[in-house]
Design a protein around this ligand. Sequence first.
Ligand SMILES: Cc1ncc(COP(=O)(O)O)c(C=O)c1O
Length: 400
Amino acid sequence: MSATETLVQRAQKVLTPNYRQAPVVLVRGEGCRVWDAEGREYLDCIAGIATVSLGHCHPVVVRALEEQAHQLWHVSNLFYNPRAIELAEALVATARFASRVFLCNSGAEANEAMLKLARKFHSDAGHPERHEIVACTNSFHGRTMFALAATGQPKYHRGFEPLVPGVRHIPFGDLPALERALGPATAAFIVEPIQGEAGVMPPPAGYLAGARELTRKAGALLCLDEVQTGMGRTGRMWAHEGEGVAPDLMSSAKALANGYPMGALLASEEVGSHLTPGSHASTFGGNALGAAVALAALREIQRILPEVEKVSARLRARIRELASGRVTEVRGRGFLLGAVVAGVDAADVVKAARERGLLVNAIGSGVVRVAPPLTLTLAEADLCAERLAAALAAAPAKAA
Ligand SMILES: Cc1ncc(COP(=O)(O)O)c(C=O)c1O
């Protein structure tokens, strides 16, 4: 048996079976490349699902981790630690609306805090009846119970009911539906600037600005889930930048610490001040090690961001050029791209790509997500497009 087969067999005995994992064991990474247990090399164009945005073992991030590892790891929130303060300062400096930060460990946890705070804000103002959350169909906000209730995909709810009450769903991108849904019982509207898990779906132009206007009129908060779109993924630090929109709350995670578990909730002063002592907490939140890594990652992402659009444009153009009719559209922005496939199953394309040394992932049967590190070079963009095109050509035609 190969090293991979042995490890997969051991994994299947001992890990819970909740993931559909490819029979590949990755043991090493450097930049945009990873190596498996058989020594095979892959171009990693999924980057831990839009997470390892500076690539694997980026020296700046490794240095921050090493330095902090010798100083201080964790003291809990009974005390302050300088890294958490520096990270919060750096985060609020990236977003005009924000002046407060709650640090945590994941996207679901950041969204959980965001939705809880939305209710508490209105409750503190003497309006506990304002408890409803409006969310979008096909959205994805995470697996904890409130985030799951907000997630507009019934397949993820099954078996976990009863869900947190007071959440309703409306179609994404539909402002009249939002206007109808908002009312005197609405606490907040939660939305992704681009729906990632729905297949990389950007909304119509002006949607976020319209949502801002409608929520303001209705006295509801606007909560942006930038867990997947944030931290430079779309070519801007936050996807909502440049849309003339200031949310009340925004969640971040994934790329925040380049693969070290880290989440954050950014809040306006008016709303963030309601997370009063004792109202919410997380043991590991603001942990010095994670905060040091996130701070280094944030600064490095800010430095490289101007390069992203050029390489992204090349990647999109090359995919369109080489895909020979099997890609009908390349959606998304920056390095959050969805190649919409026709005549083939996305899962077959992903498998064929892997066999050709390219890691991407399938969203449903129709979309191949391409989300490489933001550090992808022009030569690597060409290689990604070539391998993807070869995989598209090799994938079996779908029965009509
Ligand atoms: C938009 C969005 N929100 C929240 C989450 C949940 O993040 P986590 O898996 O870190 O809990 C994800 C994860 O894919 C996401 O894409």
